[in-house]
Ligand binder design. Structure first.
Ligand SMILES: NC(=O)c1ccc[n+]([C@@H]2O[C@H](COP(=O)([O-])OP(=O)(O)OC[C@H]3O[C@@H](n4cnc5c(N)ncnc54)[C@H](OP(=O)(O)O)[C@@H]3O)[C@@H](O)[C@H]2O)c1
Length: 262
């Protein structure tokens, strides 16, 4: 890749930085569509976030920046505007810098997730969905599933209070979806989605018991690395359809390209 004065520059802000893969995915995507754009991870400590964002505002060849752990919520106070989607989810994962230097935050996780399901012809409309996890990504996927017309959405999380709070927030905006929180038997759902971080380490326990889940059901795990988590391997062995986290990340690339277009 040749980076010149004409190259559009983007960043990914994170702390820690070692795990960041989004920059590599973005560079590969923009190279594949022939866009002269380069993305670099930037290690920014939480206490320095305001100054880092203020500096980026002054960089006229910067078109935007991704935001990951732990900055997704804290970055909002440093921006000029956030989209209604980011407002609803309460977190931003991508910021565009307009030609005038305005910083606009969006959350592309929800649309990336539902786009990845659609690309794999996994139906959501009218279906019974069990979501495990109610963290940052889980907030996005829950709103995305309701937006995509899920008939029933049950949210199960280690911290049950967070599951109930998320269920109430989703139900308030999407009355057509029957939303609830608490423990449930995975076998009675059409689509089971893991949004917890359980599965990133090889010795992690399964995030949910999928006994009885087989052909006819889809199991999705949004973890990107490993590509096939223990949950997905088990589900596939039982005959269920499986989908990993990489398609969700990939689907966000086209959304980023559209978002930063000036
Ligand atoms: N594919 C993509 O494009 C994409 C996008 C974003 C995130 N992700 C992935 O999604 C995962 C979650 O990210 P996040 O930003 O939502 O993290 P987060 O905000 O820290 O949330 C973590 C979630 O995992 C649960 N959890 C963590 N450790 C647990 C344990 N030992 N037992 C049971 N539950 C546990 C948490 O439950 P509590 O609420 O009880 O703590 C919470 O629901 C990560 O693997 C991340 O890489 C993928």
């Amino acid at each position: 890749m040749e980076i010149t004065g004409k190259t559009k520059i983007m960043f990914v802000l994170a702390d820690p930085i070692d795990h960041v893969r989004a920059s590599a995915v973005m560079n590969a995507y923009f190279a594949s569509i022939g866009d002269d754009l380069a993305v670099s991870p930037i290690h920014v400590l939480p206490g320095d976030l305001g100054q880092a964002v203020a500096s980026i505002r002054l960089m006229r060849n910067v078109f935007g920046f991704g935001v990951t752990i732990p900055h997704k919520t804290c970055v909002i106070e440093h921006l000029d505007e956030i989209t209604p989607t980011a407002q609803l989810i309460g977190a931003v994962n991508f910021v565009k810098r307009t030609a005038e230097g305005r910083l606009v935050g969006d959350n592309l996780d929800a649309r990336g997730f539902t786009a990845s399901l659609a690309q794999h012809e996994v139906a959501v409309r009218g279906r019974k969905v069990l979501q495990v996890g109610a963290g940052g990504a889980g907030r996005a996927t829950a709103f995305g599933l309701a937006e995509a017309g899920a008939g029933e959405l049950t949210i199960m999380n280690r911290d049950d209070g967070k599951a109930h709070a998320l269920a109430a927030a989703v139900a308030a905006h999407y009355p057509a979806t029957k939303v609830s929180a608490g423990r449930a038997e995975a076998r009675s759902f059409d689509l089971i989605v893991n949004t917890t971080s359980l599965g990133m380490k090889p010795d992690d326990p399964l995030p949910v018991d999928i006994e009885g889940v087989g052909a006819g059901a889809t199991v999705s795990d949004i973890i990107v690395n490993p590509a096939v988590t223990r949950l997905l391997a088990r589900a596939a062995a039982q005959g269920a359809r499986v989908i990993g986290g990489r398609p969700m990340l990939d689907a966000q690339m086209a959304l980023v390209a559209r978002f930063i277009a000036r």
